[in-house]
Design a protein around this ligand. Structure first.
Ligand SMILES: NC(=O)c1ccc[n+]([C@@H]2O[C@H](COP(=O)([O-])OP(=O)(O)OC[C@H]3O[C@@H](n4cnc5c(N)ncnc54)[C@H](O)[C@@H]3O)[C@@H](O)[C@H]2O)c1
Length: 336
């Protein structure tokens, strides 16, 4: 039995709890949370940006620690879901790996590339699994869109556009999302989902050119792939609180268009050059449960496709930081 601990019982901690509860051969045995109010509310429903993603937590079944070092010293877990605010990811991950514990750490990997390097190095030294929670690489529609592209059946990608719109996250206990020194700001927190998927689909661009408002609550980026597709992405967490969450993409191939829009029915459509539009069948589960199953299989020593390596997650941080720099300085930033 894989003994799992969850560090940070906020929105994503509860989401990991829900997903782990459905993984055969694993059991959530411990949690670490230092906010008494969060612990007191653990049995209540939670609100986040994806409806139904998170779950209430039954603390009676867990060994609860307020101190992270005490959790590590207890030897009571084999693997951790680290769902702490972003500025705590690097130190918490390195300590866990050094204690011989496998780590699934939420995205973004860390606030800067040097911290990512420390995490990559700690994973190498420990021989333990380190996976970063880039759930979009596991999200059914995004997985199938990538498979359709890679099959070559519909020709090359000509252009691709990605959008992600949300209100400011309001569920954090002390507004840490609004503090760029702790969250990295909107580009590193929200926009990174599409930057990482673009990286996953097309590799690292040669150059990025971005525009943003002064606080970077909105950003739009053009990713330059010489001789390749025209790729853009825009995101914001400046929508009004009454706005629900939206994510979407349009991928234009030579012989088909692939469309996804969470708010439409059907949300996912392929329009081939000839024949009727259709909705491909999708793998079961959501991106969260699928990424956690993938991590559990890697920890169990099963051969898994390297869908998200620590090195790739580090490159995604480099990509988003280049986008932030481009917007700040009003000029393209080269990556290669
Ligand atoms: N993959 C996704 O779709 C997705 C969605 C939302 C958030 N996230 C990421 O997940 C991470 C957590 O976000 P969240 O929305 O769950 O935030 P949150 O504020 O809801 O939860 C964080 C929890 O960590 C606790 N905490 C803070 N410091 C601690 C410490 N030292 N020891 C123990 N507990 C501590 C807080 O009290 C809080 O309960 C962030 O990095 C965020 O970017 C990912």
């Amino acid at each position: 039995m894989l003994r799992v601990g969850i560090v940070g019982l906020g929105y994503m901690g509860r989401m990991h709890y829900r997903c782990w509860s459905n993984v055969a051969g694993a059991e959530v045995t411990a949690a670490c949370e230092r906010n008494p109010k969060v612990l007191a509310d653990a049995g209540k429903p939670v609100v986040g940006n994806v409806a139904g993603a998170a779950d209430r937590v039954d603390l009676d079944r867990l060994k609860v620690f307020e101190d992270y070092e005490a959790l590590l010293a207890s030897g009571s877990v084999d693997a951790l879901s680290i769902t702490l605010p972003t500025f705590l990811h690097a130190d918490a991950t390195v300590k866990a790996l050094e204690a011989g514990v496998h780590v699934l750490c939420e995205k973004p990997m860390a606030l800067d590339v040097a911290s990512c390097d420390r995490m990559v190095e700690a994973a190498r030294r420990s021989g333990k699994v380190l996976q970063i929670g880039h759930c979009i690489r596991f999200w059914p529609e995004y997985v199938v869109a990538r498979e359709l592209i890679r099959s070559g059946e519909h020709g090359a990608v000509v252009a691709a556009s990605f959008r992600r719109f949300s209100a400011m996250p309001s569920w954090g206990p002390d507004s840490w999302f609004a503090d760029e020194t702790r969250s990295g700001g909107q580009p590193l927190d929200l926009h990174i989902h599409d930057s990482d998927y673009i990286h996953h689909l097309f590799g690292m661009p040669e150059e990025v050119s971005s525009v943003a408002d002064p606080g970077q609550g909105y950003i739009a980026t053009q990713y330059r792939y010489p001789g390749g597709p025209a790729v853009v992405a825009e995101s914001t967490w400046r929508m009004m609180p009454s706005f629900a969450f939206e994510m979407s993409f349009v991928i234009v191939l030579e012989k088909a268009t692939i469309l996804y829009d969470l708010t439409r029915t059907p949300a996912f459509r392929v329009l081939p050059a000839q024949g009727e539009p259709f909705t491909p069948s999708l793998p079961s589960g959501d991106g969260y449960s699928r990424e956690i199953e993938h991590f559990a299989r890697a920890v169990a020593g099963e051969p898994v496709e390297p869908i998200i390596t620590p090195e790739q997650a580090r490159e995604t941080i480099r990509l988003v930081l280049a986008e932030k720099q481009s917007a700040r300085e009003g000029r393209p930033v080269r990556l290669s």
